[in-house]
Design a protein around this ligand. Sequence first.
Ligand SMILES: Nc1ncnc2c1ncn2[C@@H]1O[C@H](COP(=O)(O)OP(=O)(O)OP(=O)(O)O)[C@@H](O)[C@H]1O
Ligand SMILES: [Mg+2]
Length: 268
Amino acid sequence: MAKIIAIANQKGGTGKTTTAVHLASALAAQGKRVLLVDADPQANATTLLGIAPESLATSLYHVLIGQVSARESIVQGPQENLDILPATPELAGATVELFELEDYELLLRQALEDIKGDYDFVLVDCPPSLGILTVNALAAADEVIVPVSPSPFALDGLRQLVETLNLIQQNLDIPTAIRGTLLTMHERNNRTAMRVAKELWRGAHPVFEVIIPKHPLLAEAPFINRPVVITHPESDIAQTFHALAREILNEGTGNPAPEQVRYGASGE
Ligand SMILES: Nc1ncnc2c1ncn2[C@@H]1O[C@H](COP(=O)(O)OP(=O)(O)OP(=O)(O)O)[C@@H](O)[C@H]1O
Ligand SMILES: [Mg+2]
C-alpha cells in the first residue's frame, strides 16, 4: 500500500515542484513504484516530466469532479516505475466547483483509494496556496514534506501550513504529520539562507539531513522538461536527490544536529 506524501508550502517558488519531481524520479530509479499527482493548475510538474497539458484528454480535474477514475487519467512518465496523474489549467476552475460537492476536502483521498495498492509512493505536488486543492492533498496524505527556500516568507508558509494541518486533524480527524522540512536553494555563503536554516534546525519540526543546494542544473530542468536524475544521473545534484530518497526509505525523521554542527564553524 502506497505511502502518500504531499509536498506543500503556500509560499510560491520554494522548490515544491522541483522536489516532488526529482524525489519521484529518484525513488523510481531506486526501483520503487511511484505516482506523482500534480495538484497545481500551473501544471509545472506535468510539464517538467515532459507531458504537454494541452495534449491531455483528462486530468486530475476530471478525477476530482468525478468524471473519470484516477486510473483512467494516469499517464506514463519518462522513466520506468514513474506514473503521473497530470494537471491541466482547468484545475484552476476546480477551486470554485469543488466546493459544491459533498465532502469536498476528501475528493483526492477517495480518488486515490482505488490505486494505492499499485504503488509504493504517491507524491502530491501542491499549488502555492492553502486553498481547496492543497487541503485535498493534505487530507489525502500520510505525511507532508515542506520545502523551505531562503526567504522569511517560506518560514511564514510553514507556520500557516501547520495551522491548516491542525484544522484538518481537528475537523476531519485525519492525522497527517510533517515528515520533514527541507532546505532548498540553499547557499552556504548566503546570510539569509543560513538564518532560515538555523530557524528550522532550532524549530519544532524534523528537518531532513539532506539539503538541496542552489544548482544550475535544477534551474535549467524546466527548459529541458526532464528531471536531472535522468538527464545527469551522475551529477552531484542527482545524487543529492538519491540521498533524499534514501532518507525517506530509511524512515529517517531528519536530524538537525549533524548539519548544525558541520555548519557551526563557518556559518554566519
Ligand atoms: N535548488 C535549486 N537551484 C536552482 N534553481 C532552483 C532550485 N530549486 C528550484 N529552482 C528553480 O526555481 C524555480 C521555482 O522552483 P519550483 O517551481 O520548484 O518552486 P515551487 O515551490 O513549485 O513554485 P510554485 O509555488 O509556483 O509552485 C524554478 O524555476 C526552478 O527551476
Ligand atoms: Mg510548483
